[in-house]
Design a protein around this ligand. Structure first.
Ligand SMILES: Nc1ncnc2c1ncn2[C@@H]1O[C@H](COP(=O)(O)OP(=O)(O)O)[C@@H](O)[C@H]1O
Ligand SMILES: [Mg+2]
Length: 606
């Protein structure tokens, strides 16, 4: 499921997310550079003060600095008035504080803007991804990609990237100052650097892999928690709390131990890199002291050199962390890229919006779910416009799949037959147009945690309450809703009433009816209501159907008996087709079910 993205693509993705925050990041980089520069100046002031006041000799600087020194009264004057030097240190510190403050402000602003852009982009993209994509991917995992992976990417751009820039400037400036003071000592200071850098890179792969494992384990853990919370009823009803708790603990344990293992690797790295940098500092201190004794270096230069060296060692040591954070960010960007680079639902170039009141035809349709054996075999039939088609078949025979194909929640691959409405292939239609004209009540209705009124009007927000009530009446739900103390303002779901299966189904029917579509599909939509209510709803519905084409999927023969045509589906194949009257006597599956369902109690007992 997770492919590694090439670095260029990762960069392009981050560049795209930087829309709107680039300017702010540039400002914070400039301020970071200014802060780095102030770090460079203080050791020079101290060097001048030490050499001048203690050593009694005049340090040499570039012409610009000498001009400034002369304007202030020359070294001799400055040596007698050390407070000027102290003031200069203070002044530099103030500039540093102000630029650091500005950096924090602009960087926070930039990173929050970046996070917002990432969240918006991802959410918009996910909304447009096909149904099949959503069926393939765990909700918990998607949520993790939209939260903690975004967080990691943000930290990378706003933290590591700006730090890297700052480190770059620090390193370059430190080297310039160090070389200007003593070439030999600078070269000595640089000798251990390649080892430190090589060492960091050596750990790069190890740490990256560890982070990936941790991330994946976290995804599994949150997917599990999410599924458990959603299925809390099943867990309780089956007394599976203990089992689920144990399962969670097992995963949690695995997750924890992965982090601990990663922690061990990281500690080893930090400890050994501590030793390496200690050695480097030792080299500079020892050789610097020797050069001072040989009069090749002044005390002021020695002190300044050690300051620059520590400024240099710090970023080099940070390199290890940078690299590990970068590999972590690389994984996070990969995971976000997986979503962003998943193909969204798209219309064909010349997609059409034809009249949808024509005949519906399945022409030799074959279909298999991805990675599964063939499910539908040569489904071929025509349903006249304005008629009612009944579909009967055992569970798993492919009834719902046919409807998902008709609504293009799954696209029919090429060479797998076609589905037409009014002679036009649905693959050539605009998706929005197609779905707007097909009202579908799915087998497992889903209601949002919103009020009933909001739930019933999702198809069209401008519906009036009387429109909604009219639809609810047809679905035999109006009375039930009126029975709730808050009526149509009743909250559904976690924060409100929990509707029964039958009530949910009726709410889903009412929601569909508000659309007034020329094609209506009821996928086993009355299975959870009793036979009497079923009959009542059907009667109320018939009045509203008018010229619409209706597809009724049901297990109840009585539900299908009014259909103009019935298809009996068996293991993905059409086993029988005809009017209910014909099928009652055809001697097939329909007749068998018809006979079982029309037996009286006495007959069953007998
Ligand atoms: N998203 C899916 N991926 C793989 N197989 C699926 C998917 N959805 C359904 N199936 C399988 O396809 C078959 C037909 O399912 P379905 O059309 O829902 O049957 P019915 O509605 O007739 O009960 C079943 O065997 C089911 O397990
Ligand atoms: Mg089904």
């Amino acid at each position: 499921m997770q492919k590694k993205e090439p670095a260029v693509r990762k960069g392009a993705l981050i560049w795209r997310f930087l829309q709107g925050s680039k300017g702010l990041f540039v400002v914070s980089m400039l301020l970071a550079a200014l802060t780095a520069l102030t770090d460079m100046i203080t050791p020079q002031i101290i060097r001048a003060a030490v050499d001048n006041a203690i050593g009694g000799n005049e340090p040499t600087f570039g012409p610009a600095v000498m001009k400034l020194v002369n304007a202030l009264g020359g070294f001799e004057y400055l040596g007698k008035n050390l407070w000027i030097m102290a003031l200069a240190v203070l002044l530099v510190a103030v500039v540093k504080v102000v630029s650091q403050y500005g950096f924090m402000l602009s960087n926070t602003r930039a990173s929050e803007t970046l996070t917002k852009t990432m969240r918006d982009t991802l959410y918009t993209h996910i909304e447009r991804l096909p149904f099949s994509w959503h069926m393939k991917n765990h909700t918990g995992d998607i949520i993790q990609r939209c939260t903690s992976d975004i967080e990691t990417t943000r930290n990378f751009v706003a933290g590591q990237m700006t730090s890297l820039f700052r480190i770059g400037i620090l390193v370059v400036l430190s080297m310039v100052f160090m070389f200007s003071m003593n070439t030999t000592l600078t070269l000595i200071a640089l000798i251990p650097m390649p080892v430190i850098v090589w060492y960091s890179i050596h750990f790069h792969n190890k740490i990256g892999e560890g982070f990936k494992e941790c991330d994946e384990s976290e995804g599994r853990l949150s997917a599990m928690a999410q599924e458990n919370l959603t299925g809390v009823r099943v867990v309780r009803a089956f007394g599976r709390e203990r089992y689920e708790k144990d399962r969670f603990e097992k995963h949690n344990e695995e997750y924890t131990s992965l982090w601990v293992r990663l922690g061990k690797v990281m500690s080893r790295f930090w400890a050994s890199s501590d030793v390496l940098s200690g050695l480097q500092i030792m080299l500079v201190v020892v050789f610097g002291a020797v050069f001072c004794l040989q009069k090749n270096m002044t005390s002021g230069e020695y002190i300044a050199f050690i300051s620059y060296n520590s400024l240099l060692v710090w970023p080099i040591r940070q390199l290890g962390r940078m690299i590990s954070e970068m590999s972590k960010a690389g994984v996070a960007v990969d995971r976000i890229g997986y979503i962003i680079h998943s193909e969204t639902e798209k219309d064909k170039e010349n997609a059409v919006c034809p009249d949808m009141t024509g005949d519906i035809a399945f022409e030799h349709v074959n279909f298999a779910y991805e990675g599964c054996p063939q499910m539908l075999h040569d489904i071929h039939f025509t349903m006249k416009a304005g008629t009612t088609l009944g579909i009967l078949g055992g569970t798993g025979s492919g009834k719902s799949t046919m409807m998902l194909l008709l609504d293009r929640l799954y696209d029919l691959p090429a060479d797998c037959g076609k589905i037409t409405i009014g002679g036009v292939d649905i693959a050539d239609m605009k998706l929005e147009h197609l779905r707007k004209n097909i009202g579908i009540v799915l087998q497992e209705p889903f209601l949002f945690s919103r009020t009933l009124q909001e739930n019933l009007s999702i198809a069209n927000e401008s519906l009036t309450l009387s429109d909604i009530r009219e639809a609810a009446r047809a679905a035999c739900l109006d009375e039930t809703i009126e029975g709730f103390t808050k009526g149509y303002d009743t909250f559904v779901g976690e924060r409100g009433v929990t509707l029964s299966g039958g009530q949910k189904q009726r709410a889903a029917i009412a929601r569909m009816l508000t659309q007034h579509t020329p094609i209506m599909i009821f996928d086993d939509s009355l299975s959870a209501v009793d036979a009497e209510t079923d009959a009542k709803i059907r009667k109320a519905l018939e009045k509203r159907f008018g010229s619409a084409s209706i597809i009724l999927i049901s297990h109840r023969i009585t539900t299908l008996s009014k259909a103009d045509q019935v298809i009996v589906l068996d293991k993905g194949r059409i086993a029988e087709m005809g009017t209910p009257d014909e099928l009652e006597k055809a001697g097939g599956l329909y007749q068998k079910i018809y006979e079982i369902q029309s037996l009286t109690k006495e007959e069953v007992d007998a």
